[in-house]
Design a protein around this ligand. Structure first.
Ligand SMILES: [Cu+2]
Length: 347
């Protein structure tokens, strides 16, 4: 049944864990609306014949139904559409909430390509390589205009807007190559903004890891780059450590130790979970969500940090999620910031 409908509707293979559920809702919605449209059309045809004017000048009788009858019909149609919506929003929520053990990959769209950065420092262009049966969390953004990351075979699609960060996830269930498309018109070569998700079996994936490690090691002159290690270097170069520590001590800004996935209280009374999107927003728009107990003195890094550096910083903070609270350095006592003027980061 599933395969028949899928072929009828010309849908691609269902290659992710949630693809089947998305399609099932799709079949039901299409089926119900087609049946409804057919029913209304046939009924209209029947009434047209049945109540046609038989005597010239004849006036049709005015037919009134009871209010409860009307309420029942309107109510049940409303309930039907609400049911679609409830199922759809449960599915949406599932698709937007990555499982805890998901492997992060940083995606950035750019006219006209997709770039992928992995947690161990590797990068690929227009090709996302993932192991089968493993949840992959995508942390996505755009570097120029609005794009939309779309993998039809996974039934996964998410817009990416410059300056904003989104998380979505998938778990591939079929090995093979699946097309990535840009689903938001983004300029002259939009239709050629294509990529591939390469889903590898465990054995092949291990081989690919070894192979690409070897290549990046030779390219980097030995030693494999680790995104978290890179993040630490970036943080030092960008002078984040003027205000932040990663040993548990608050400084001018909060410590990064155990920050990732923790619940952060904000000055406006809200509490927010420090996921990748929040961490990135904290760098781009630090004044929007100010951590309770701290002054809004962090400068914005919008436009100052290239994409790979942002990914590296986030990955570094992520790597500190279980860091021990063990002061490693004696911090000077923080002098009260007189004007609240942000310290300029060194170039
Ligand atoms: Cu695009």
């Amino acid at each position: 049944m599933n395969d028949l409908l899928r072929t009828l509707l010309a849908l691609p293979l269902q290659a992710s864990t949630y693809a089947r559920a998305v399609d099932t809702l799709h079949y039901v919605v299409i089926g119900v609306t087609m049946a409804g449209a057919t029913f209304v059309f046939l009924l209209a045809l029947y009434f047209l014949v049945r109540h046609r004017q038989k005597v010239p000048g004849e006036i049709t009788a005015r037919i009134v139904t009871s209010a409860s009858h009307e309420a029942f019909i309107a109510g049940s149609i409303l309930a039907l559409f609400l049911a679609f919506w409830v199922v759809g929003s449960i599915q949406y929520d599932h698709m937007m909430t990555p499982p805890d053990d998901a492997m992060p990959v940083y995606v950035s769209g750019k006219q006209w390509m997709w770039k992928f950065a992995y947690a161990d420092g590797r990068e690929t262009m227009d090709e996302l390589v993932v192991p089968i049966h493993k949840p992959i969390k995508l942390v996505m953004t755009s570097r120029d205009v609005i794009h939309s990351f779309y993998v039809p075979a996974f039934r996964m699609k998410h817009d990416v807007v410059p300056g904003r960060y989104y998380t979505a996830w998938f778990e591939a269930t079929v090995a093979g190559d699946f097309p990535i498309e840009c689903a938001e018109y983004c300029g002259i070569s939009h239709s050629r903004m294509l990529g591939t998700v390469r889903v590898l079996g465990d054995e092949d994936y291990r081989r690919w890891l070894d192979d690409s490690r070897l290549r990046s090691a030779t390219a980097a002159g030995g030693g494999e780059a680790d995104l978290a290690v890179l993040g630490r270097t970036v943080a030092a170069e960008r002078a984040c450590f003027n205000c932040h520590t990663f040993d548990g001590q608050p400084h001018i800004g909060p410590t990064w130790a155990r920050l990732y996935e923790s619940r952060v209280p904000l000055t406006d009374g809200r509490t927010i979970v420090a996921d990748e999107a929040y961490l990135t927003r904290s760098m781009m728009d630090p004044q929007v969500e100010v951590v309770a107990g701290f002054k809004p003195v962090m400068p914005s890094y919008r436009g100052l940090l290239p994409e790979p550096e942002v990914a590296a910083l986030v990955e570094f903070i992520r790597s500190l999620r279980n860091a021990p609270f063990a002061p490693t350095v004696d911090l000077p006592r923080v002098a009260p910031l007189s004007s609240g003027r942000p310290q300029e980061p060194r170039p």
